[in-house]
Ligand binder design. Structure first.
Ligand SMILES: [Zn+2]
Length: 389
């Protein structure tokens, strides 16, 4: 589909029109296209601004929250003048100021079981700018059922992720993460913090993917995941595959039922082991098996000598299937990830699957502590308590 451009639009989008790979045809497809932005927070801010500016014809906005002062550190579509106003109202005003020809549809609601299919069915491309797992799984499942591309972004602390999930041509979110982690391993930005500019990077990349999907220009991120490390300033792309036993996209559309995702709260199980203790026990020749549960891309930055690499999704998948256990049950296992959170979740899954919790150890603070202890940093930790008084 495409739509003719007015004289004013021909002037406005001149920098697009002179791109040989883009040109008039792509601009007309953008104008005929529609996007649903779910969440107008850190990720939705840059994507709403750039998509409004790009010439997308129709944009739906889903958010029920109001603008708060703590949002302004990263949610740059909102400003002081809009404190206390609905985020949809705030974003719509700014987007129309950028492009008065844009058609904006406000949905001042929380995405839920009652409205997800109706809202998502009305748009060509869906942007997941949510900050919680129940909504993220709902967006995924509804997009799979309706055959819509889901432009996914995730941010935490200094790290970001980006992919395009389209179950017609590649994996969905549940192919990678079949179920949400226990709630204590699923921190959000309010609990764990986020560098304000980080969602600016990932949200801008989401807008790029939307434009590519609507125009057919370039190669989409379907089947690939971008991992961004803001501290290192590194971008890594990994291939991601459809899971034959995915709880959602392995089923026919008519058999997919949307469900409420419940985040269970549970106490940590197993024991923790400090990196100094692990080093000492390895040197003493103790029979320990170290399992690095991070993603293969993360192993590139180094791992513990003698460690066996087995990513968390593979362990979870193996535990959910009949077949040999993914890890030996008769040895002491030390589970390792970057910060100690994923490894702790893996230990819970192993105990649930019948492993002896007395033989499972979580490397305390993960690779962050291991590398920190082996290569101590020069700078001293600031005394936070004193700084606060
Ligand atoms: Zn799937």
């Amino acid at each position: 589909m495409s739509a003719a451009l007015t004289d004013s639009e021909l002037r406005r989008f001149g920098r697009h029109l002179i791109l040989p790979e883009f040109g008039l045809a792509a601009q007309q497809r953008l104008k005929a296209g529609s996007v649903l932005l779910i969440g107008l927070g850190g990720l939705g801010s840059p994507s709403s601004l750039y998509l409004a500016a790009s010439g997308v014809g129709r944009i739906g906005l889903v958010d029920a929250d109001v603008v708060e002062e703590t949002n302004l550190q990263r949610q740059i579509v909102h400003g002081h003048a809009m404190l206390g106003h609905l985020k949809t109202e705030s974003a719509a005003a700014r987007m129309l100021d950028i492009n008065p020809d844009l058609k904006i549809e406000r949905h001042d609601v929380r995405l839920g079981l009652d409205n997800a299919l109706d809202l998502i069915s009305q748009y060509d491309v869906i942007v997941d700018g949510t900050d919680n797992f129940p909504t993220r799984y709902l967006v995924n499942d509804a997009c799979v059922k309706l055959g819509k591309p889901n432009v996914y972004g995730g941010v935490l602390r200094f790290d970001g992720q980006l992919s395009v999930f389209d179950a017609r041509y590649g994996p969905c979110y549940r192919c990678l993460f079949p179920e949400p982690p226990p709630i204590e391993f699923a921190p959000n930005c309010a609990e764990a913090g986020v560098l304000g500019v980080l969602p600016g990077v990932i949200g801008s990349l989401q807008a790029t993917e939307v434009i590519k999907l609507l125009t057919g220009v370039g190669t989409s991120m379907i089947g690939r995941m971008l991992i961004y490390d803001g501290l290192d300033l590194s971008f890594t792309t990994i291939q991601i595959a459809k899971a034959a036993d995915c709880p959602i996209c392995s089923h026919a559309s008519k058999d997919i039922e949307l469900k409420e995702t419940v985040m269970a709260c549970s106490a940590p199980v197993g024991r923790t082991m400090a990196s100094s203790v692990l080093q000492a026990r390895q040197r003493a020749g103790d029979d320990l098996l170290v399992i690095d549960v991070r993603n293969p891309a993360e192993w590139l930055s180094g791992t513990i000598s003698g460690a066996m690499g087995l990513p968390m999704p593979e362990i979870t998948r193996a535990l959910n299937q009949a077949g040999p256990p993914p890890l030996p049950k008769d040895r002491d296992l030390v589970l390792v990830c970057q910060s100690g959170m994923r490894s702790s979740a893996v230990i819970r899954s192993l105990v649930d699957a019948g492993y002896d919790s007395g033989r499972l150890y979580n490397l305390e603070r993960g690779m962050a502590a291991w590398t920190g202890d082996v290569y101590p940093l020069d700078a001293k930790e600031p005394d936070l308590q004193r700084a606060g008084t």
